[in-house]
Each structure stands twice: as C-alpha cells, then as structure tokens.
Design a protein around this ligand. Structure first.
Ligand code: DX5
Ligand code: ZN
Length: 233
C-alpha cells in the first residue's frame, strides 16, 4: 500500500527576522506544510507567536499553515487563526474544557481539526471524537522547546493510533492524518514512519543543521526518502 508522507518543517527553529523568506525557502525545498508553534508561557513554559505573525507569513505560504496551539484556553484564538490563514489547527485536550466543541469550532471556521497528545496524555481522548478529527498529532517530546531528544516510548503509541485509525477507516470513517512532532531527524524518521506516521514535523533537523551540500532541500529530501524507504520495506 502506498502512503503519502508529508514533511512539515517547524518555523520554531527558523530565523524569525526573515520568516517570509524562510517560508519560501522551505517550500522550494519541498515542504508539504508549514508547522507553526504557538506557545503561551502558561500551558507550556515558552512564549512564541500569535495570529499577527501567522497573517504576516500568509502571503508567502503556498502550502497549508499547520497551527499547533500549545495554549490554554484555546477557543478564543481559533477564529483569529482561521482569519489569519491557518489551514490546520491542532490543540491539546488539556487546553480545552470542551474538546468536542473545540473540534467543531475549528471545522466551522473552515480548517482541518486535530487533537494533540503529549507523551503522557492517554489515548482515551480519542474515544468519542474520531468523526470530528482530520489529524491526530502525537508529541514525541514534551512541548515547549525545539531541539529536544525523541522519546522512544512514543513509537508504541504511534502504532496504537495507527491501529485505531485503520480500524476507523475500515468501518467507513473519514481520512485521519497521523502526525508526529519532536526530535525527528534523518536518522530516526524511518522508525517513526514504520510505526505508522504519515506526517512529520521537523524543526531543528531542517533549520538547525542545514545540509552543507543540499541546504533545506537536501534535508527535506533525505527525511522524505528515509520515511518512504521505511514504509516500502
Ligand atoms: C515543540 C514543538 C515542535 C518543535 C519541534 O513543543 O511543538 O514543533 O518545534 O522541533 P524539533 O524538530 O527541533 O524537535
Ligand atoms: Zn509543534
């Protein structure tokens, strides 16, 4: 079975003084999504960017902007990000009092909706909302910072979500992407793909250590190549 793998560079590790250029560069390098990390110094111990910055990069973006909300509470920000050009909005269940309502709010604003799981967040949150999801995002680090080390126990969780999604599809459910975020590099993406992920966030791997020979395109190409080879194997 052929699987489409999507590479989503995280702007968290980009040069914030040149964000528009960085967006254009990673798209030219083959990025499928622009991952946009929103942190509030409350739900997570870091503070990043809001809808104004999303709106500023929007004219440069030719692929969907994948907004990852690490904020509490989330609902008030959803219309703002939808207006600012988000194509996808994901949030952590701990950041919402009414997960079902928040998912519906995102879709009502014309965006794909997703639920994010921290490494220790149980998958039970999926039980009653599969029909409202376009994406499940599994964190493979604790959220808050780029450049952390991939937590290996996430692999079993990826396999568990893959099984749930496949079972859901088999009974006629809609397509749901399985995205993984944190510590993904050229040398471990194969394991993440083999466990069943189809969408891969990579921040420091893309922006932090540009391939001396191939720049961003070199890294994005090697990430995709390793993921494709793992799934084909
Ligand atoms: C962490 C963020 C990630 C982060 C990934 O809280 O959600 O998207 O930018 O960065 P790397 O790939 O460096 O772990
Ligand atoms: Zn993220």
């Amino acid at each position: 079975m052929s699987v489409t793998h999507r590479i989503a560079p995280s702007l968290l590790s980009a040069d914030f003084a040149r964000l528009g250029e960085e967006v254009r560069a990673i798209q030219a390098a083959g990025a499928d999504l622009i991952h946009f990390d929103v942190m509030d110094n409350h739900f997570v111990p870091n503070l990043t960017v809001g809808p104004l910055v999303c709106e500023a990069i929007r004219p440069h973006a030719t692929v969907p902007i994948d907004v990852h909300l690490m904020v509490r509470p989330v609902d008030r920000l959803i219309p703002d990000f939808a207006r600012a050009g988000a194509g996808i909005i994901t949030f952590h269940p701990e950041g919402s009092d009414h997960v079902d309502r928040t998912l519906a709010l995102i879709r009502d604003h014309g965006c794909k909706a997703g639920l994010v799981f921290n490494p220790a967040t149980p998958l039970g949150w999926l039980d009653h909302v599969m029909d409202k999801l376009d994406i499940v995002l599994l964190m493979s680090v604790n959220p808050g910072y780029g450049g952390q080390t991939f937590i290996a126990s996430t692999l079993a969780k990826i396999r568990a979500v893959r099984e749930r999604i496949d079972a859901w599809r088999a009974q006629g459910g809609q397509e749901i992407w399985l995205e993984v975020d944190g510590g993904i590099k050229v040398d471990n993406i194969a394991q993440v793909a083999a466990a069943g992920a189809d969408t891969f966030v990579a921040g420091s791997a893309v922006f932090g250590a540009p391939d001396p020979g191939g720049g961003y395109a070199g890294v994005v190409g090697r990430l995709r190549g390793a993921a494709d080879a793992a799934r084909a194997a």
